[in-house]
Design a protein around this ligand. Structure first.
Ligand SMILES: [Zn+2]
Ligand SMILES: [Zn+2]
Length: 157
């Protein structure tokens, strides 16, 4: 047994080793995303960092069009197709296949609502990601399930 090993505390130092956070290790990319009726909204036609984007239909009072957002959580890269956007406007977010609105999950701090996009075809709120309905809101990027749970613990009403 070397002296260095003893000085470092031996087994004790091994116990203090930091266990890496599993969530932090996994690449936070949405690989499955469904509307309440089970249609996949991933679009191979629009890729972000090599991953298929999420294609959503937006409806406002004056315009209707597509929004394709990056599936990488926290990435704000997005494309509007045929949608006349006004910053700050609250829009309806729908499935491009069946036009069903994504359900409201929670209230966003901006006063609009966070809608749930399901990551399982079963459309269960335990497996979803969120996005704010307000164009330009900080939370209009994808929120992970964990972020959504955080919001649901806060009282905005
Ligand atoms: Zn649908
Ligand atoms: Zn918001």
């Amino acid at each position: 047994m070397s002296i260095n090993w003893l000085l470092l505390g031996g087994h004790q130092s091994q116990k203090r080793e930091v266990i890496p956070d599993q969530d932090a290790q996994k690449a936070e990319v949405v690989t499955e995303c469904y509307c309440p009726n089970g249609h996949s909204v991933l679009s191979d036609g629009h890729k972000f960092q090599g991953h298929p984007g999420l294609s959503l239909m937006l409806k406002s009072k004056t315009s209707e069009g597509l929004l394709i957002i990056s599936p990488v959580l926290g990435d704000r890269d997005r494309n509007f197709v045929g949608f006349e956007r006004k910053a700050g406007e609250v829009v309806d977010i729908c499935c491009p296949t069946c036009s069903e609105s994504f359900p409201i999950y929670n209230q966003c701090p901006c006063g609009a609502h966070l809608v749930a996009l399901f990551t399982s075809p079963k459309a269960h709120f335990a497996q979803c990601i969120g996005i704010c309905q307000r164009l330009g809101c900080l939370h209009s990027e994808l929120l992970s399930e964990r972020d959504l749970r955080l919001y649901s613990r806060q009282d905005y009403l």
